[in-house]
Write a protein of this length. Structure first.
Length: 34
């Protein structure tokens, strides 16, 4: 969990587009696993 949070924090520093893409991917994975 901590690793994922760190990745998200670093992503926030990058362009917002990449952040949105990562959130969409994580959301899809959550739905698939959920």
């Amino acid at each position: 969990m901590d690793a994922k949070k760190n990745i998200q924090h670093s992503a926030i520093g990058s362009s917002s587009t990449s952040v949105r893409a990562k959130f969409e991917l994580t959301g899809r994975v959550a739905v698939i696993t959920g």
